[in-house]
Write a protein that binds this ligand. Structure first.
Ligand SMILES: [Zn+2]
Length: 110
């Protein structure tokens, strides 16, 4: 399955450079999500509107924050991040715990 990069004001704000990433649990290396990372720098949070997979993690930007569970590894149950609102953009995200995940770059069709 391939996903296409979302292009919007958030992407432009980060310099227009994006990658599609496989986010994996560092502990057991299970794939946790497919995520679009915009701009340079470390992955410290995952914005809800940039999560493409799995289905239960998509569309969370439309939910109430209190209804969003912590980001958890589906296999080993490790808690990887907590939901919060990135104040600067009023944008829902998961704040990732330090070193909780690893990432692998996916090839995308331009
Ligand atoms: Zn795990």
């Amino acid at each position: 399955m391939s996903y296409s990069i979302k292009r919007d004001k958030y992407k432009s704000a980060r310099g227009g450079y994006s990658r599609m990433l496989d986010i994996m649990c560092r502990k057991c290396e299970t794939s946790v999500a497919i995520y679009q990372k915009d701009g340079p720098g470390n992955l410290r949070r995952m914005y809800s509107d940039r999560i493409f997979s799995p289905e239960e993690l998509t569309g969370l930007q439309h939910e109430n924050l209190k209804d969003i569970p912590p980001l958890k590894c589906p296999k080993c149950g490790e808690i990887l991040g907590t939901p919060y609102i990135y104040a600067k953009e009023k944008r829902k995200a998961f704040r990732l715990y330090q070193d909780a995940v690893t990432k692998r770059i996916r090839k995308v069709a331009k």
